[in-house]
Write a protein that binds this ligand. Structure first.
Ligand SMILES: Nc1ncnc2c1ncn2[C@@H]1O[C@H](COP(=O)(O)OP(=O)(O)O)[C@@H](O)[C@H]1O
Ligand SMILES: NC(=O)OP(=O)(O)O
Length: 385
């Protein structure tokens, strides 16, 4: 089987854990011990979260006054290296020497018009008590939402559209490597308005469950597993009546509400994958990965209509390729429109040309206008996670 496994950032750094390298390594080792035995029989792609880690890097960046803090896209890239390194190292230590493990920096495109830019919802960094969160919000202009009993910073989390490195990911898989990619949901990236324009990083953190789902479709995974710090998706979560879902169809999940920024994206990603692929998606505890793969643990999302999906439908164009084709067609249309405008005498003036060029650049320029949640005045008082 080909399996995409998404490891939760909160599972790698649990809320009660101190945010140290050693603690993360210990948690990564738990994950690696679960994943390594699967590598003998399966193609494996590992995606990791970065919520706690990217927030911590941001706090550290804010503490140094000698330079502008690094933007979130750069910090996202940092977490791909940092966490990817730990996962790669721990897996290599457990796998036979001949089995290659590779971590790939992965950029994923997002839509500048995504409504998520106006409604930050992705939890990052440590948890605070209410007063400490209010102080940081006032000091740095950050937004905080309640996450369980703690308050955590939230940042925009636009939907992933296209995985720019999908080809190298497939090359590595075809050569038998265990691939660690799309870490932290990928580095959010804006496509240029024209083929030759520059790619731009975006101040955001993509949800790694949505990114992993896109990836699972793009690599034609047989199974998509989201491993986190709970043993499944619960109905009535946090109430005395809470009940874990065992096996469920995607359309049944749509009838229930799940928490935005945590279980919500997992449930949505699982339902989407199961419905589109006819294959199984599962949500469960990091320590249970082997059992989840065997279908013996977690919340398993399986389409009722799986048998009606033909192999031909599932082998049709993957989403990233479909988006690429759409984007190319849009670029060609824009180029044709521009050529037509240039042929029109009244648009040939320098002013008209400048306005047109500005308009062409506008979508790509937008992410720079996404509020940078700053300024800073030293590190905040952190509560326990
Ligand atoms: N309905 C629910 N069922 C189970 N867990 C839930 C539910 N609603 C919210 N949660 C929370 O979701 C968390 C897992 O999501 P998240 O923190 O985003 O995980 P990760 O970072 O590991 O991907 C759990 O620790 C739990 O506190
Ligand atoms: N990027 C992301 O979704 O990270 P978490 O899994 O840590 O929330």
């Amino acid at each position: 089987m080909r399996i995409v496994i998404a490891l939760g950032g909160n599972a790698l750094l649990r809320r009660s854990d101190p945010m140290t390298t050693e603690v993360q390594r210990r948690n990564v080792r738990v994950a690696a011990e679960q994943i390594a035995p699967l590598a003998a029989d399966h193609d494996l792609v590992v995606v990791h979260g970065n919520g706690p880690q990217v927030g911590l890097l941001s706090l550290q960046a804010e503490a140094y006054r000698g330079a502008e803090p690094y933007p979130l896209d750069v910090l996202d890239a940092g977490t791909q290296g940092m966490i990817g390194y730990l996962v790669q190292q721990e897996l290599r230590s457990l796998l036979p020497a001949r089995r290659q493990v590779a971590t790939l920096l992965t950029m994923i495109t997002v839509d500048p018009e995504d409504p998520a830019f106006a409604a930050p919802a992705k939890f990052v960094g440590p948890g605070y008590d209410r007063d400490a969160a209010a102080e940081l919000a006032a000091d740095k202009g950050w937004t905080f939402h309640q996450d369980g009993s703690a308050w955590r910073r939230v940042v925009p989390s636009p939907r992933p559209q296209r995985i720019l490195e999908i080809e190298p990911i497939r090359w590595l898989l075809a050569r038998g490597a265990v691939v660690i990619c799309a870490g932290g949901g990928g580095i959010p990236t804006m496509l240029p308005a024209s083929e030759r324009g520059e790619l731009l990083g975006v101040e955001a953190v993509i949800d790694k469950d949505h990114a992993a789902e896109l990836l699972a479709e793009d690599v034609r995974a047989d199974l998509f597993v989201m491993a986190t710090d709970v043993d499944g998706a619960y109905l009535g979560w946090g109430t005395p009546e809470q009940r874990r879902l065992g096996r469920v169809a995607p359309e049944e999940l749509a009838a229930h509400a799940f928490a935005a920024g945590s279980m919500g994206p997992k449930v949505e990603a699982a339902a989407r994958f199961a419905a589109r692929s006819g294959r199984r998606a599962a949500i469960g505890a990091l320590a249970d990965i082997t059992k989840i793969v065997a279908g013996e643990a977690g919340t398993n999302v399986i389409a009722r209509t799986a048998h009606t999906r033909t192999a031909q439908e599932w082998t049709a164009q993957p989403r990233t390729e479909a988006r690429t084709a759409e984007a190319r067609a849009a670029q060609e249309r824009t180029a044709q429109e521009r050529t037509a405008q240039e042929r029109t005498p009244e648009t040939r003036t320098p002013e008209a040309r400048t306005a047109r060029e500005r308009a062409a650049r506008a979508p790509a320029a937008r992410p720079r206008a996404v509020p940078r949640e700053r300024p800073a005045s030293g590190p905040g008082t952190e509560g326990a996670r």
